[in-house]
Design a protein around this ligand. Structure first.
Ligand code: FE2
Length: 204
């Protein structure tokens, strides 16, 4: 579990850097209470292991901060961390008491380790994150768009904003894609385990 402890430490440090935004602590506590530290990052694609979501969140935040330095140095660091760290809040819960993923107790190397909970709120993932975060934090216009549309052109709703994406939306989207498909997917390609303890590779 050493790697996960390191991830937890990095998560706490990133969280502490969003110190001037009201409601962030409460948002974090809410997500932690509803399973943030156990949730996978997906049903079968990237980091589909216990704790996978936290590793993903931390990874996206670190990449987004690197992009910020080069592309948007005037953008508030707090804003970038907030969006990156919580863009996938909907992967913990829908905010109405339903968890996002159900563990597949009969998972084998041929069967996916998690299922999508069909009882949760039927709502687009990014939009669900934006809705959930907004219950705790007063988001700016570009933060709201960056979170709601972080999937970019991979979801049909991209049509809503395709001619007017804010720079922050593109930055979070790119950090998310790079983390998912380049770092996580490639490094865990041969990983067949179901639990984080089995994943020895240090990702970030
Ligand atoms: Fe993500």
């Amino acid at each position: 579990m050493a790697d996960f402890e390191k991830t937890m430490e990095q998560y706490s440090k990133l969280l502490a850097r969003i110190s001037s935004r009201k409601g962030v602590r409460e948002l974090a506590s809410y997500l932690e209470k509803h399973g943030l530290f156990k949730a996978p990052a997906s049903t079968k694609y990237h980091l589909c292991v216990e704790g996978g979501l936290l590793i993903h969140q931390v990874g996206v935040a670190k990449l987004a901060l690197k992009l910020r330095e080069t592309l948007m140095p005037d953008k508030s660091e707090e804003s970038v961390i907030l969006c990156a760290l919580f863009h996938d809040a909907h992967k913990v819960t829908d905010g109405f008491g339903n968890q996002t993923y159900d563990k597949n107790n009969t998972a084998t190397s041929d069967r996916q380790p998690y299922f999508w909970n069909t009882k949760q709120l039927g709502f687009g993932g990014g939009h669900k994150s934006a809705l959930l975060i907004s219950k705790f934090v007063d988001l700016t216009q570009d933060e709201l768009q960056a979170i709601a549309y972080h999937d970019g052109p991979f979801v049909p709703s991209w049509d809503d904003i395709k001619s007017d994406p804010y720079p922050l939306t593109l930055l979070i989207h790119y950090a998310d894609m790079w983390s998912t498909w380049v770092i996580e997917k490639v490094k865990t390609r041969n990983f067949k385990g179901t639990f984080l303890e089995d994943l020895k590779t240090e990702l970030f």
